[in-house]
Design a protein around this ligand. Structure first.
Ligand code: SAM
Length: 236
């Protein structure tokens, strides 16, 4: 039923503008008001961000490189990318998330910074309606909200925006049983209005191949409650 009429996307938008926003703002923030599980997810996610920055910088300086951060959340990646000198375009389906990311960027990038940094350009937009061309496109921990049937189209669209590389992270299907344990914690509430979808690496690879892309680098980030496969794809 969740695939009828694009229902998933509306549910996801609603979640990330309300209870999901409150929850993830805490997890992605720095305050102590997180429980043990949330603290663990915070740690895993920060490792994903570090891995992404490393993968990107391994290929050379980010100074002046255009990067699209699709589904930017509170700006955990967009802000450090701007500090590296990248020209960042960051967007998210949730207006609440974008407002928080903008606030964080102002606090972290403007307040007494030694060197002049270019602010990311933020916009409320679902990734399906993004257009333009970027050197690099990054989409972290977003596919978990969509079934593979939708993820295929999202991956194809993201690849069409990228000139040189596309970085994606997703919850790999191999961790199914471990993930099951934390799904209840991730999406609490009687209706489980949003659910977590796992993706097989082979399916992601196939979706990339269909549009002429191949995987160049792979990373795996695991903590007790956080599992992410990180891939960097390039035109084949
Ligand atoms: N990428 C960020 C990070 O890693 O810090 C945020 C990850 S958070 C788990 C998922 C984010 O994806 C939320 O901010 C949500 O609003 C956003 N999102 C979900 N579906 C989206 C879509 N179709 N287009 C753009 N953003 C979307």
């Amino acid at each position: 039923a969740e695939e009828v009429g694009g229902g998933d996307k509306e549910v996801v938008r609603e979640y990330f503008n309300n209870s999901g926003f409150q929850r993830w703002r805490k997890i992605y923030g720095e305050t102590d008001e997180v429980n043990r599980v949330q603290k663990d997810i915070r740690l895993g996610h920060s490792q994903t961000v570090e891995n992404v920055l490393k993968m990107l910088k391994d290929e050379g300086s980010l100074e002046g490189v255009s990067v699209c951060d699709a589904g930017c959340g509170t700006g955990c990646l967009a802000i450090p990318l701007a500090k590296e000198g990248a020209a960042v375009y960051a967007s998210d389906i949730s207006a609440a998330m974008v407002a928080e990311a903008e606030k964080q960027a102002k606090e972290q990038l403007q307040a007494g910074s030694e060197k002049e940094v270019v602010m990311p350009k933020f916009e409320v937009k679902d990734l399906e309606s993004l257009n333009g061309k970027y050197d690099t496109v990054v989409c972290l921990d977003v596919l978990i909200h969509y079934p593979q049937s939708k993820a295929d189209g999202m991956i194809a669209h993201l690849a069409s925006l990228a000139e040189n590389r596309l970085l994606l992270s997703f919850a790999p299907k191999t961790f199914y049983y471990d993930l099951l344990k934390r799904v209840g914690e991730l999406f609490p509430g009687p209706s489980k209005a949003t659910r977590a979808y796992l993706h097989a690496e082979a399916d992601v690879e196939r979706a990339l191949k269909k549009v002429g892309w191949k995987i160049r680098k792979r990373g795996l980030i695991t903590t007790q409650f956080y599992f992410a496969r990180l891939i960097e794809a390039i035109p084949a």
